[in-house]
Design a protein around this ligand. Structure first.
Ligand code: HEM
Length: 562
C-alpha cells in the first residue's frame, strides 16, 4: 500500500509540465470552492500562509528526492505548480465574486465587488471611511455592495432588522481579531449571542443607577479639575481636543479602576494611553480588511504601542483583585466602587455573567478604558466646536442652564435635568457620531428580509451611522446644527444610532451622557467661547479621521469668564 502510494507520488511529480499546470490550476479552483468560500478563514491567515510555504518546500524536496530532479529544476517545477495554483484560486475568486455571487444583483463599484482592497485603498487615502461610504450611497442608492460579501444599507427599517431585539444577526469577523474563543476575548469581541447576552449583565450592573450615584461625585471632581485648567488658560487659546481627551481618560481611570492617569494635572498623555492612540491609524486603514489586521497584529512588535497599554491594564487588574478581595471580606454588603470591581466580583462569585476566563477578564479591563474614553471626549470637543460656531445655540444653552441655576456655579448640581443640554448632545452625536461607520453584522443562514429586499445568509451588513444621520430624507436641514429639532423627536424613533441598538447597545450610554451633561452645563454657566482662529475651525472639520472611533485634530478655543 505504502509503496503503491509512493509510486503514485513519483508518477505525479514526474508528469508533463502541461499536466502539472492543469492539475495545479484545478486544485486552486477546487480549494476556493471547498475551503475558502464555505468556511470563515479570516482569523487563520497566518496558518494558511505557513501551510502554503510548507507545501512549497515539501514540493521542492519531493521533486529532488522522490522524482530525482536537479535542485534548479525542482525549484522551477515547484514555482510552476504554485503559480498555476495561485492563478486558479485568484481567477476563481474574482469570477465568482463578479458574476456568480449571491450579492451580484446589488449595485456598487465593480472593484469593491472583487476585493476589500478597494475599501482599504480608499481608507488609506483620507482615513475617512464613513465619507467614502456616504459617497457610495449618493451614487448607488440605499443598498450598496461595498465589498465582496458586504452590504451597506442606508434605511431606517434596516436598523430594526439588523440591530434591534429579537437579535437575528451576529457580529462579523471584524470582531474576531483577537480570537473566537470566548474565554479569551472581551465583551465587545464576543460574537456568540448567548455568551454575549450573559456577559452583558455584569456590565449593566456596573453602569446601573446605584453605580452611577457612586461615580457621579468622582466625575464632578474631574470636572472641577478640567474647569480649573480652562480657568488657567482664560482669554488664551486652549486645545480642547487634548484636554477633553485628558478628561475622558482620567475619568475612566478613576471610575473604571479607581486609578488616576493624572493627565489633566500633568497636561500630558500617559505613556499607556499614547500606546493606544499610536495604534488607531492602523485600525482605521487595515480594519477595512479584517483578516489583514488580524494577521499584522500577531506579528511580534507590530503592536508595541498597544502592548504598553495592555501591560498597564494587566497590572491594574492584578492590584485591583487584591483590593477587591479585602473589601469583600470587610464590607460584605457594599456595592463595588468602580466598574472593574463589578466584573471581578462576578468573576470571584462564579456568576454566569462574569468574563468566562482569565484572558477574557484581562480583555474586559482594556475594553473598559478604550470604549469609555475617546468616545466621550470626542462628543465634548465636537459639542464645543458646534456651540462656538453657532453662537445663537450657545446663548440658548446658557439661558437654559441659567434658568436652572440662577445663582451661578455655586448653585450647580448634576441632578437637575435640562432638556436643551440633552438636545445639544444628541445633535452633536447626530452630526458627528463618535463611532461613525456602520457596525458590521452577519446575516443568519436563512437570510433576512429588509423591506422587499432579501439579503442572503452569510452577508456582512451594516447601517452606515454617519450617512443615515445626515440623510436629508430623514432630517430637515440635515447638515445644520439645530439642537431644537429634538424638541419634537425621540432618539428611539429617529434613525439615530450613535450608541447602536438592541443587545449590542453601549452599556456606558447613561454614564457617558452624565459626564457630557456635566461638562457642557458647567462650561455654559461660567464661560463664553470662541474658536481661536477661524481657519482652524474649518480644518477641524476636514482633518478628522475615522479610526473606528473619531480621531479629532486640535481645536483651539478661547474661554472668557461671563
Ligand atoms: C458618547 C460616548 C459613547 C459612545 C458614542 C459609545 C458608542 C458605542 C457603540 C456604537 C458601541 C457598539 C460597538 C460595537 O458593537 O462594535 C459601544 C459599545 C460599548 N461601549 Fe460605548 N460609547 C460611549 C461611551 C461609553 C462609555 C463611557 C463606556 C464605559 C466604559 C462604554 C462602554 C462600552 C462597552 C463595554 C461596549 C461593548 C458593548 C457590547 O459589546 O455589547 N461606552 N459604545
Amino acid at each position: 500500500m505504502a509503496s503503491g502510494l509512493s509510486h503514485a507520488l513519483v508518477v505525479a511529480l514526474q508528469s508533463s509540465l502541461q499536466a502539472t499546470t492543469t492539475v495545479s490550476l484545478l486544485a486552486g479552483i477546487v480549494s476556493h470552492h471547498l475551503v475558502f468560500r464555505p468556511f470563515e478563514i479570516d482569523g487563520y491567515a497566518w496558518q494558511l500562509f505557513f501551510t502554503y510555504f510548507t507545501a512549497f518546500f515539501v514540493l521542492i524536496v519531493g521533486n529532488v528526492y522522490a522524482a530525482g530532479y536537479s535542485a534548479t529544476l525542482a525549484l522551477v517545477r515547484a514555482l510552476l505548480v504554485t503559480t498555476a495554483y495561485n492563478t486558479g484560486v485568484i481567477a476563481s475568486i474574482l469570477i465568482y465574486r463578479a458574476f456568480f455571487h449571491p450579492l451580484r444583483r446589488f449595485p456598487g463599484p465593480f472593484l469593491a465587488k472583487l476585493s476589500r482592497f478597494y475599501a482599504m485603498d480608499n481608507a488609506a487615502k483620507r482615513v475617512k471611511a464613513y465619507e467614502d461610504i456616504q459617497n457610495l450611497h449618493k451614487e448607488y442608492g440605499d443598498i450598496v455592495r461595498v465589498g465582496p460579501r458586504e452590504l451597506s444599507i442606508n434605511r431606517p427599517s434596516a436598523i430594526r432588522a439588523i440591530y434591534e431585539h429579537p437579535t437575528r444577526t451576529t457580529r462579523s469577523p471584524w470582531y474576531a481579531q483577537v480570537s473566537n474563543d470566548v474565554t479569551k476575548i472581551s465583551l465587545n469581541s464576543t460574537r456568540d449571542l448567548k455568551v454575549h447576552k450573559l456577559r452583558k449583565k455584569a456590565w449593566e450592573r456596573g453602569f446601573g443607577f446605584r453605580a452611577l450615584a457612586v461615580y457621579a461625585p468622582r466625575v464632578r471632581a474631574k470636572i472641577d479639575l478640567l474647569l480649573s485648567k480652562i480657568a488657567e488658560h482664560s482669554g488664551r487659546p486652549i486645545d480642547m481636543t487634548e484636554y477633553a481627551m485628558f478628561f475622558g481618560f482620567d475619568v475612566m481611570g478613576d471610575v473604571g479602576f479607581s486609578k488616576d492617569f493624572h493627565m489633566l494635572e500633568s497636561g500630558s498623555e500617559h505613556p499607556a494611553i499614547k500606546g493606544v492612540h499610536e495604534s488607531m491609524l492602523a485600525i482605521g486603514v487595515l480594519g477595512t480588511a479584517p483578516w489583514l489586521l488580524s494577521m499584522i497584529s500577531k506579528v511580534p512588535g507590530a503592536a508595541a504601542g498597544f502592548s504598553r497599554f495592555t501591560t498597564w491594564c494587566h497590572q491594574q487588574l492584578q492590584e485591583k483583585r487584591k483590593v477587591v478581595a479585602d473589601e469583600m471580606a470587610m464590607f460584605k454588603d457594599q456595592d463595588p466602587r468602580d466598574v472593574i470591581s463589578w466584573l471581578i466580583k462576578a468573576f470571584n462569585e462564579g456568576d454566569s455573567s462574569a468574563p468566562p476566563g482569565e484572558m477574557a477578564m484581562q480583555e474586559d479591563a482594556r475594553l473598559l478604558i478604550i470604549t469609555g474614553s475617546d468616545t466621550t471626549s470626542a462628543v465634548i470637543t465636537n459639542a464645543l466646536y458646534f456651540l462656538a460656531r453657532n453662537p445663537d445655540c450657545y446663548r440658548q444653552l446658557q439661558v437654559a442652564v441659567e434658568e436652572q441655576f440662577p445663582r451661578g456655579v455655586n448653585d450647580w448640581t448634576y441632578e437637575r435635568s435640562i432638556p436643551y443640554v440633552d438636545y445639544v448632545i444628541q445633535e452633536t452625536l447626530r452630526l458627528k457620531p463618535s463611532v461613525p461607520g456602520g457596525l458590521p453584522r452577519v446575516v443568519p443562514p436563512q437570510g433576512l428580509m429588509i423591506d422587499n429586499d432579501f439579503i442572503p445568509g452569510g452577508t456582512v451588513i451594516a447601517v452606515p451611522t454617519y450617512t443615515i444621520q445626515r440623510d436629508p430624507r430623514f432630517w430637515h436641514d440635515a447638515h445644520v446644527f439645530e439642537p431644537k429639532r429634538w424638541e419634537n423627536l425621540s432618539t428611539e424613533n429617529a434613525p439615530w444610532i450613535p450608541f447602536t441598538r438592541g443587545q449590542w447597545a453601549c452599556p456606558g450610554r447613561n454614564f457617558a451622557m452624565m459626564e457630557i451633561r456635566m461638562v457642557i452645563s458647567r462650561i455654559a454657566l461660567q464661560y463664553t467661547i470662541a474658536i481661536a482662529e477661524e481657519d482652524l475651525g474649518k480644518r477641524f472639520d476636514k482633518e478628522v479621521k475615522d479610526t473606528f472611533t473619531l480621531t479629532l485634530p486640535p481645536l483651539r478655543l478661547v474661554f472668557s469668564p461671563k
